[in-house]
Design a protein around this ligand. Structure first.
Ligand SMILES: N[C@@H](CCC(=O)N[C@@H](CS)C(=O)NCC(=O)O)C(=O)O
Length: 227
């Protein structure tokens, strides 16, 4: 029996980060889909809010041998740091204190800056207030993703080797790749962020990133499945 249950949505970038971490650490998990749009958003249901009062995915449950829930975590930073502490190889925050801080700085560039500005509930509120529709939503998302990725490209250029910080995968890459997925989804041209494009493509050639991709999750709609 899997030791973890992940509440996830195929296209959720925050869930995608956790799926990559679980894959890199070789951890098996049961996938439970929470549809963020159907039924007015299943994240708002009483049943789900009992697990995560902030009404968002991901949520990770840690199970005992007998299948009881021993712990429940939300927030991808907390989840991934927990997984990294309990399964140290491969280390997602390697190196000395400065290197680890540089990794966290890049994590927060996505986690605290870009992604919250283009999260579903924020875009839904923009539409409510402006009386707009999908084009306004997309314009809002494109604006903030572009501004954020432009700064992040310069930041990552200063530390990149093959990956965001040096030549091994770090947490910075787990935040970068799902944000690049969102950028492509909103039709931004990744040629405008050349270092991020190069690093994301290097990550995407790895099996752990491929198995975590939104195109191949249990709740991925048929028309969006790869190949
Ligand atoms: N800081 C949170 C962000 C979680 C988050 O924003 N999840 C989005 C999907 S990527 C969500 O569930 N949104 C639901 C909504 O906006 O109603 C984390 O890193 O886990």
């Amino acid at each position: 029996m899997a030791k973890y249950t992940l509440y996830s949505y195929f296209r959720s970038s925050a869930s995608y980060r956790v799926r990559i971490a679980l894959a890199l650490k070789g951890l098996d998990y049961e996938y439970r889909a929470v549809h963020l749009v159907a039924d007015g958003g299943q994240q708002h249901s009483d049943a789900y809010r009992a697990k995560n009062p902030m009404s968002e995915v991901p949520t990770l449950e840690i199970l005992s041998e007998g299948g009881d829930v021993e712990g429940r975590l939300a927030q991808s930073v907390a989840i991934i740091e927990y997984l990294d502490e309990t399964h140290p190889a491969p280390a997602l925050y390697p190196g000395d204190a400065l290197n680890r801080a540089l990794i966290r700085q890049r994590v927060e560039g996505v986690n605290a800056w870009i992604q919250p500005a283009q999260n579903l509930r924020v875009m839904q509120r923009v539409v409510e207030l402006t009386g707009g529709g999908r084009p306004e939503m997309a314009a809002w998302a494109r604006h903030w993703i572009d501004r954020g990725l432009s700064g992040l490209d310069t930041l990552v250029e200063a530390t990149a080797g093959t990956y965001s910080v040096g030549d091994t995968i770090t947490a910075a890459d787990l935040w970068l790749v799902p944000q690049v997925y969102n950028a492509r989804r909103f039709k931004l041209d990744m040629d405008d962020y050349p270092t991020l494009k190069r690093v994301a493509e290097a990550c995407e050639s790895l099996a752990a990133f491929q198995s975590a991709h939104p195109s191949c999750q249990p709740d991925t709609p048929e028309e969006l499945r790869k190949g």
